[in-house]
Design a protein around this ligand. Structure first.
Ligand code: SF4
Length: 357
């Protein structure tokens, strides 16, 4: 067993009883939380536990179950209809040139807002013996040039299994890019071993979509893991979910984006929280996200401004949202405001206005 597997097994809190032991029975009501636990299991790694400083702080909210998960509002189990776009088990093919390949059913820590909570936590939910039909599907679709390995967390697989997947994908000539979607650099930085870093270099270009939601997740251990990946040539981006009680202010988001850039991670997306059953209490108004983008764009480096998107419910894909900058657009001119609210006019080319021949 690898060192990181021992850390995961021996150091994680993975029952309500252990949670109550750690934080006290006065704040963890084991019986009240049992239905939430039954709906979506608990596991909090040592790295994530260390990030929790007090009850109800942003880290607590992300990992400790709440009775609010039982509130039934308008959330649905598979809010993005990923199963509807699944031609073979473990594959979601929604966009023209890329597919999502679910390779692992488990994560190091379980995030209470998880969109894929229907799939993760139970090894039976993503059968590992069904890779072959996924490889066959990718092989027979030459338009697919980009594979996103996801789950659960692909980095929970052993190096041997990850290498097997990378090898099989690299045997397919039209696969150009491989991305690994993983929250492991925050949850279990020990997983980014020198052995993994050496292995992964054989299969470039490899990108990793990390997932950080709050600046305090960029701990020294986490930043060191990101550094090891960067040195191994893995291109790092970050996906962040906008979450009430975690990161729903411009100040927190600005700090997060800056800390990511310092760790050589390019902010890629801020997602609106999905309408997933059990995650209603994490949702903010869409205006909150627009205000955050408005507070970033122009006020800090463009590198620190990710796309703000809603993953359209029912499987419509990611749709970018922008604050209103354009006031008027016609064949003669465009009138718009800059980040400080000042108004400017840009003249259209005369050809478009029908003036020139
Ligand atoms: S790491 Fe990702 S897939 Fe796993 S529980 Fe968290 S959000 Fe869900």
């Amino acid at each position: 067993m690898s060192e990181w597997q021992k850390v995961l097994r021996d150091g994680s809190v993975d029952t309500l009883e252990k949670l109550a032991e750690k934080f006290g029975h006065d704040v963890i009501d084991v019986e009240a939380l049992r239905p939430a636990f039954d709906g979506f299991q608990v596991r909090i790694t040592p790295a994530a536990l260390e990030q929790i400083k007090e009850v109800g702080d942003p880290m607590w909210n992300q990992y400790v179950p709440s009775v609010r998960e039982l509130e039934v509002v308008d959330g649905v189990v598979d809010s993005l209809d990923e199963d509807g776009d699944s031609p073979v088990p473990n594959i979601t093919h929604r966009y023209p040139d890329r597919v999502l390949f679910l390779v692992s059913p488990v994560c190091a820590s379980y995030c209470r807002f998880c969109t894929r909570r229907r799939k993760v936590g139970d090894p039976e939910k993503i059968p590992l013996n069904q890779y072959d039909s996924a490889f066959d599907y990718i092989r027979s679709h030459p338009e697919v040039r980009d594979i996103i390995l996801s789950g659960g967390d692909p980095m929970m697989l052993s190096d041997r299994r990850i290498e097997y997947i990378l090898q099989k994908l690299r045997e397919i000539p039209h696969v150009e890019i491989i991305r690994i979607g993983s929250r492991i650099t925050s949850h279990l930085p020990e997983r980014i071993t020198p052995e993994f870093c050496e292995m992964v270099q054989k299969y470039h270009p490899i990108y990793m979509n990390t997932h950080f939601n709050h600046p305090s997740e960029l701990t020294p251990a986490s930043v060191a893991a990101l550094d090891r990946l960067s040195r191994a040539g893995v291109v790092l981006g970050c996906q962040t979910v906008l979450l009430k009680g975690v990161n729903d202010t411009p100040e927190v988001m600005m700090k997060l984006m800056h800390e990511l850039l310092k760790a050589r991670v390019r902010p890629y997306y801020i997602y609106m929280a999905d309408q997933v059953a059990g995650g209603e209490h994490f949702r903010t108004m869409v205006q909150t996200g627009l205000e955050i983008i408005k507070a970033l764009r122009g006020w800090t480096s463009g590198l620190a401004v990710p796309h703000f998107v809603i993953d359209a419910p029912g499987g419509g894909g990611k749709v970018p949202l922008l604050p209103e900058y354009v006031e008027e657009i016609n064949d003669d001119e465009v009138i718009f405001r800059n980040y400080e609210g000042e108004r400017f006019t840009y003249k259209q080319p005369r050809v478009a206005a029908g003036v020139a021949p």
